[in-house]
Design a protein around this ligand. Structure first.
Ligand code: BG6
Length: 485
């Protein structure tokens, strides 16, 4: 019998979005780092590919003194630098649908002006009510005041009848700890229903993370081994070569654990450890991810002392907008356990750092070695290793053992590997394209729920609290993090 392996480099694109209701997207912090680097390019790429509502407008809102004309120039510069080909008429049409509204996040007056602009759009351009999407691309310290002002100005209330909606997109970190996250949730809960709140964790929207679910539940050979009988440990690594760059002011208040640990990395852990959701619905998947986060064993003071490390790269204190005596961590490592039958006793090691020796985000599953005829003859340990490469070179590798040719029973490790870049000629969609597309169509699968955020903070907050009295180790740039960790 011949086994045929279907290996078609199919379209990696989502289906086009067709919604008859006009949509207005307001970006708070439209001239900031996130908007410039991620949102505006992603919006243009979605638009170019036809994955946009039929009728739409983007309103940039920020403190900077731009006019609509100068903001359009700002956007034009960004989209002209895109590597993907586009036509001049696409560019012109996109820019023509963008306007700018200067305003202060703290001033009610600015929201009234925004509200007037939206009414003008609806009456003079759309000719009907519109769906509204508010993207908070601002430092988390502004969330509360923006939420309050959205409510007072009436902007959070949908006006498009049964088919219309108002949605809010918020970036991580949502809060600084459990208490502040709960307070934000209370405020947000008064203004919006859960189905209107899209908490962005762009890692969930990365192709390689979505593939974890696919790989686990479409390949029963692995799922059968997915437990503490067969898995010895899991390592989740998030190394970045760059330092904080221009984001010193933001990072100083946040640190590595809040920046990527509480969210991106715990979500990776959740995808590895979660149970089969039974169906591919947002509610079912988010519930299973939440269950894992709730089952993280709380770290005791002794665990935090012995099994967590915090570090700062040399030179961090000289970065722009960083305090001269800063004790913000740019590196961390900790050990976690998931307290359930499947994972009892399996350590999960999570490590992240800026200015590390290489860019490497990956999840390594170490399988247990079994005692066989080969254990006695071989000098090496025969451990199998499954690696999810999140970036760069997204894909999956499996380390297995094979006999070396020759008269002795010598073994060596080999690699079975899958790489997205080798298999698909298309560029993988940027995570922010997926974030925006899913928000337009109202699919919350790749966004974190209130419960997930709460469970993650519950686990992380005690570490942050105890770290005030823990040593901060320094490490050299381009290294593997602090020595003696
Ligand atoms: C962001 C963090 O959420 O993720 C950054 O705030 C980090 O500090 C970034 O560099 C990494 O994202 P990506 O998609 O570039 O890997």
């Amino acid at each position: 019998m011949t086994l045929s392996v279907k290996n078609s480099p199919a379209e990696v694109r989502p289906t086009p979005l067709i919604t008859p209701t006009p949509t207005a997207l307001v970006i708070f912090g439209a001239t900031g780092d996130l908007s410039r680097r991620k949102l505006l390019p992603a919006l243009f790429d979605l638009y170019r590919q036809g994955h946009f509502p039929t009728t739409w407008r983007i309103i940039g809102f920020s403190r900077d003194q731009y006019t609509t004309a100068s903001f359009r120039q700002f956007v034009e510069k960004i989209i002209t630098a895109r590597p993907e080909k586009h036509t001049a008429s696409q560019r012109a049409d996109f820019l023509q649908k963008i306007t700018y509204q200067p305003g202060q996040f703290e001033q009610g007056q600015s929201y009234l002006a925004l509200s007037e602009e939206l009414i003008r759009l609806e009456t003079q351009e759309f000719g009907s009510c519109s769906n509204k999407l508010f993207y908070l691309a601002v430092p988390p310290t502004y969330y509360e005041v923006i939420f309050q002002n959205l409510a007072h100005s009436g902007l959070s209330i949908p006006c498009a009848g049964a088919d219309g909606w108002t949605r809010v997109l918020v970036e991580k970190p949502f809060g600084k700890d459990l208490a502040t996250a709960q307070k934000l949730d209370q405020i947000l809960g008064l203004l919006f229903k859960e189905e209107q709140i899209f908490r962005v964790d762009h890692y969930l929207a990365k192709e390689a993370l979505q593939n974890i679910l696919a790989f686990r539940f479409a390949n029963s050979i692995f799922e059968l081994l997915w437990n503490n009988t067969n898995i010895a440990k899991v390592e989740i690594k998030f190394w970045e070569e760059l330092g904080v760059g221009e984001r010193g002011a933001f990072y100083e208040d946040i640190g590595a654990l809040r920046d990527v640990g509480q969210n991106h990395m715990l979500q990776m852990l959740a995808l590895i450890a979660m149970e089969d959701p039974g169906k591919l619905s947002a509610a079912a998947i988010r519930r299973k991810r939440t269950n894992v986060l709730k089952q993280l064993r709380p770290l005791t003071p002794a665990d935090i002392r012995h099994h967590t490390v915090r570090g700062q790269y040399e030179g961090y204190r000289a970065e722009t907008a960083v305090r001269a005596a800063s004790d913000t961590e740019t590196y961390f490592r900790f050990r976690a356990f998931v307290d359930n039958d499947r994972w009892q006793g399996v350590p999960f090691y999570l490590e992240s750092g800026k200015k590390m020796q290489e860019n490497k985000t990956e999840i390594a599953i170490y399988f247990r070695e079994s005692n066989t005829c080969l254990t006695q003859v071989a000098e090496e340990r025969h451990q199998n290793l499954l690696i999810f490469r999140i970036q760069p070179n997204e894909g999956i590798s499996l380390v297995f053992w094979a006999k070396k040719p020759g008269f002795a029973m010598d073994l060596e490790s080999k690699l079975l590997s899958f790489s997205y870049h080798d298999e698909y000629s298309l560029l993988l969609p940027d995570a922010y394209e997926r974030v925006l597309f899913d928000c337009f169509r109202g699919d919350q699968t790749l966004f974190t729920s209130t419960q997930e955020v709460k469970a993650a903070w519950k686990f992380i907050t005690p570490i942050l609290e105890q770290w005030h009295s823990s040593p901060l180790l320094t490490y050299q740039s381009s290294s593997r993090g602090p020595k003696n960790k």
